[in-house]
Design a protein around this ligand. Structure first.
Ligand code: F6P
Length: 569
């Protein structure tokens, strides 16, 4: 299934650094941004929080602790307009070729649009019949699987996929545990490292008595856009071989299901039930369609439709809200400000909700695979920085690991806190402590602690002979470290859908200003090709047609390492 029918490529737009607004923004940064002190800014303007916090559907965003002022934001909005952000957005949502290096439209938003004829908006007709055909079939299948689980026929769902075919469903299934089918366990196998799948297949090595799954009660979802990805194909073949050793091959169709754009390859693998998607859905945006099958199985048809509806609400906001209140656009502008003017090289994502533990990993792919580019759409090398490093861990765990560096290290790392007001458990005291920690961290990053304040404190844990004034230098916090806080009322399919769509559009906003292609990922190709060439040199001698351990023609380091790693004859 391909982009046939997509509108023509969008015209070219100015790159941010070649606009008048960029120069004005630079000037504003020099005068009012570089040295902006958050403590002084709040003291000067008691309404700073009200001015710089914004509401999108299901997500409230506080930007008041970012080192930008309202005037700076207005200059950034001028930049967005001069870069044609609104026209560009409309072109993408309307089906233009927004991924020119692969000649594809970018229409993951069509996956969450209501069906044509339901009166759901101007863009709901795009590929509507195909999208809703697959969606309805997939949701009916998910309900069948849930019924098989309720009847005691299925206990385990194993998703085999990697990158976008793993991270989105893994993140969402983990996040939506409150809504999950109570009789099903979910597993996500992604790594070509056999240690990932071995415990599930009951082959995890000596000394570990592990039963593995029951093949008669397991459903394997083989998710791969291309159905050629080495990791996924390797794990799928292992799962298939394991299955047919333990169950009649004729039952394979009831225990393996495919999710792919490559229906032929799935059929050749022996999969009879396949849900398709289209080349205009990038891997990292594919959780809204058939790649979301594990999510649909976990939360059921109603839950999955609510997930789509949350994302759709955000799409409507992104498409129609004026730029000055358009929350994904504002987040993207602050990202550009932080990256290109303040020069911050990374961003830490700290969800204060344990079930969002996989969100940072999901966002790493979304942002770094999309915007980790070094040339613009014309192929010209960029003279400015693009994607920051995105990383993180749930709070409060991160506080006891890397927050030391965030508070007192030499680099400034903007932090993104995600707080959820209502918990899905009944432990009110734990939840109050969690939220207190979240607020305290953002407060501490901003307020810091002066040397004088530190010197005035008694510190019972300090070494007795360490002079108090000298100790204060170690106990000083510079403060003025920026952060954003995102607030959800509850973590539900709908709010999660909105949150993820917010991130998607925000990443697009920064990529559009940088004038890069946020939808290709050529940077992953070279390593894949080299791994294929190295593979015969590392295969066990019996399989390797004579080249195992052969380091000839390699660079010195790779040759040396290969000799250490090659199987011993
Ligand atoms: O890592 C590159 C990539 O193409 C990702 O963009 C994609 O999500 C992942 O590999 C998996 O690809 P596929 O779904 O085709 O197996």
């Amino acid at each position: 299934m391909n982009s046939a029918g997509a509108a023509a490529a969008a015209p070219s737009w100015p790159r941010c650094d070649r606009t008048r607004a960029w120069v004005a923004l630079q000037g504003h940064y020099e005068a009012h941004g570089r040295d902006l002190d958050l403590r002084e800014a709040f003291a000067r303007d008691p309404r700073r929080f009200e001015t710089l916090s914004f509401a999108a559907p299901e997500v409230f965003v506080d930007l008041s602790k970012q080192r930008i002022d309202l005037a700076g934001l207005r200059f950034a909005l001028d930049l967005a307009r001069e870069c044609g952000l609104e026209a560009r957005r409309d072109a993408m949502l309307g089906g233009a070729v927004a991924n020119p290096t692969e000649g594809r439209a970018v229409l993951h938003t069509a996956l969450r649009a209501p069906s044509a004829g339901s009166g759901g908006g101007s863009d709901s007709g795009l590929f509507s019949r195909e999208v809703h055909g697959v969606l309805d079939a997939m949701l009916a299948f998910a309900e069948q699987v849930r019924a098989r689980a309720a009847a005691g026929e299925l206990t385990d769902i194993v998703n085999i996929g990697i990158g976008g075919s793993d991270l989105g469903p893994a993140m969402a299934v983990g996040a939506l545990q409150a809504d999950q089918h109570p009789l099903l366990r979910f597993h996500f196998v992604s790594n070509v490292d056999g240690h990932d799948i071995a415990p599930l297949l009951g082959t995890a090595g000596q000394g570990r008595a592990q039963a593995g799954l029951d093949p008669r009660k397991s459903l394997f979802v083989i998710a791969s856009k291309t159905f050629t990805t080495q990791e996924t194909m390797t794990n799928a073949a292992l799962a298939r071989a394991w299955f047919v050793q333990r169950a009649p091959e004729a039952d394979l169709g009831a225990h393996f299901v495919g999710v792919t754009t490559n229906l032929q390859a799935a059929a050749a693998f022996g999969i009879t039930r396949t849900f398709g998607f289209w080349d205009w859905v990038g891997g990292r945006y594919s959780l809204w369609g058939a790649v979301g099958l594990p999510i649909a199985i976990a939360v059921g048809e109603a839950g999955f439709r609510a997930f789509l509806a949350g994302a759709r609400a955000l799409d409507e906001h992104f498409a129609h809200e004026p730029l000055e209140r358009n929350v994904p656009v504002l987040l993207g502008l602050v990202d550009v400000w932080n990256r290109n003017f303040h020069g911050f090289t990374s961003r830490c994502v700290a969800p204060y909700h344990q079930w969002l533990a996989r969100l940072p990993a999901y966002l790493q792919q979304l942002e770094m695979e999309s915007n980790g580019k070094g040339v613009d759409l014309a192929g010209e090398p960029l003279p400015f920085a693009t994607s920051p490093v995105v990383w993180g861990e749930p709070g409060t765990n991160g506080q006891h690991a890397f927050f030391q560096m965030l508070h007192q290290g030499t680099d400034v790392v903007p932090v993104e806190f995600i707080a959820v007001r209502e918990a899905a458990h009944g432990y009110a005291d734990s939840h109050a402590k969690l939220l207190a920690n979240c607020l305290a961290q953002s407060q501490a990053l901003m307020l810091g602690k002066s040397e004088a304040e530190a010197a005035a404190e008694a510190v019972p844990t300090a070494a007795k002979d360490f002079e108090r004034a000298r100790l204060a230098r170690h106990r000083r916090f510079p403060g003025n470290r920026p952060c954003t806080t995102l607030v959800l009322e509850r973590l539900t399919p709908r709010t999660l859908g909105a949150l993820v769509a917010l991130y998607e559009h925000r990443v697009w906003t920064a990529g559009a200003l940088w004038n890069i292609n946020s939808f290709d990922q050529w940077g992953v190709e070279l390593g894949k090709a080299l791994a294929n060439r190295l593979l015969p040199r590392l295969e066990s001698p019996a399989d390797a047609a004579g080249s195992s351990g052969d380091a000839g023609g390699l660079d010195g380091s790779t040759a040396g390492l290969l000799k250490r790693l090659a199987p011993k004859t």
